[in-house]
Design a protein around this ligand. Structure first.
Ligand code: 25A
Ligand code: L14
Length: 335
């Protein structure tokens, strides 16, 4: 691995950015110099890295001089505006926004699945959508065993998927309700506390949301399966952290629960938690803060041929964003 890298984190003060710093530290990424970047709002704040205070700087066109690797998580608008500047300055960008994911010249990578695609980059590598990452962590090993054709799925997405502002919204509404005050809304179109919203990201002309269609297009690209089909309903739930997905998948080959469990057990980055006799199944509350995803409730689907239904969950800020991004950066450092 290359040593002594100058790493910039764009959106360092956000829900994902803060975990990027922690993950770089925890995995001993060879950071020689760290530049945490955010909006003018946060310039001058300090963040802790390896026990030292590092000052947040305002993101500008000149932020990338001498930067080797730039991790972006400040939204698609910022990525569109600044990722090309970072590449021109000589940095390799690993981008957590949706800005470049479906660009043919940009690899879209989950290292456990398609790490080799990193080598094809032209300056930018995209980190997939978080619900998609958690889903394919279970689906890809099952695909290798049985050959996936299509899935029907519903997501249960935590408020931290909307960043720090989403966490604040749930916290504030719970407080308002406890105090008997009127409920205020800033992030979501309806109250999220004690509710579920069948609405994540914008609606499209086909009636699905952008988030739902990311699962189709991004899964195809990551798994290298252009004919893969997915009909997904994305739902926001009043959970702080970790996304869960209920998946029914149809395969080419005959399936068995025993074989599916063996496959999940052997797959990297995902653990089997499937013991219904003792109420054992993946829970977002237990997965918050964990690197690995979990799959459980594996059963032969009773409504289709060669079908498996299962439940998969994972911390969408870690495996869905910060951890996966740092894993991609590790692949870049090893090129
Ligand atoms: O467009 P996308 O790809 O869909 O992504 C949108 C957002 O979703 C989050 C992340 O928000 C992202 O920006 N996100 C994406 N993937 C995620 C995942 N898998 C995910 N969240 C969870 N799981 P975030 O809040 O985590 O981080 C935002 C970061 O971007 C910085 N930023 C914003 N505008 C910027 C900018 N940096 C540079 N230039 C700009 N113009 C932002 O820094 C943060 O680091 P900041 O300094 O602006 O924000 C610090 C704090 O301020 C609060 N805040 C944010 N927006 C506002 C605000 N306060 C008041 N008004 C606002 N408009 C936040 O609470 C933040 O903590
Ligand atoms: O596409 O709101 O990376 O749970 C990640 C968080 C989309 C929305 C992305 C959420 C975003 C998602």
């Amino acid at each position: 691995m290359r040593e002594d890298l100058h790493v910039a984190v764009v959106g360092a003060t956000g829900a994902v950015g803060i975990e990027m710093l922690k993950t770089l530290e925890k995995r001993n990424f060879p950071v020689n110099k760290l530049s945490p970047l955010a909006s003018a709002r946060s310039a001058g704040k300090t963040l802790s890295f390896r026990g030292e205070d590092v000052a947040v700087q305002e993101l500008t066109r000149d932020s990338f001089d001498g930067v080797d690797i730039a991790l972006f998580s400040a939204g698609g608008g910022i990525s569109n505006e600044f990722a090309p500047t970072a590449v021109e300055a000589g940095a390799v960008v690993v981008d957590n926004s949706s800005a470049f994911r479906m660009d043919d010249s940009v690899p879209l990578v989950v290292p456990e699945i398609n790490a080799a695609d990193v080598a094809k980059h032209n300056g930018i590598i995209a980190n997939p959508n978080c619900s998609t990452i958690v889903t394919v962590m279970a689906l890809f090993p099952l695909h290798q065993a049985f050959g996936v054709k299509r899935i029907f799925a519903s997501t249960y997405q935590a408020v931290s998927g909307s960043g720090a502002m989403g966490i604040a919204e749930l916290e504030r509404q719970v407080g308002e309700i406890a105090e008997g005050e009127p409920v205020s809304r800033k992030v979501y179109p309806h109250q999220i506390a004690f509710n579920v919203l069948p609405h994540v990201d914008e609606f499209l002309d086909n009636g699905y949301t952008k988030e739902e269609m990311k699962m189709v297009h991004e899964s195809r690209k990551i798994m290298g399966l252009p004919d893969f089909l997915a009909s997904v309903t994305c739902v926001r739930v009043p959970v702080y952290r970790a996304h869960s997905i209920a998946v029914s998948a149809e395969f080419e080959k005959p399936v068995s629960v025993e074989h599916a469990r063996e496959v999940i057990n052997a797959a990297p980055g995902i653990d089997l938690n499937d013991n219904v006799a003792s109420n054992g199944y993946p829970l977002p509350l237990e997965l918050a803060g964990q690197d690995n995803c979990q799959a459980g409730r594996i059963r032969v689907d009773c409504a289709m041929e060669n079908g498996l239904s299962f439940w998969v969950a994972g911390d969408q800020i870690l495996k869905g964003a910060a951890l996966n991004t740092v894993q991609i950066a590790e692949e870049v450092a090893n090129l």
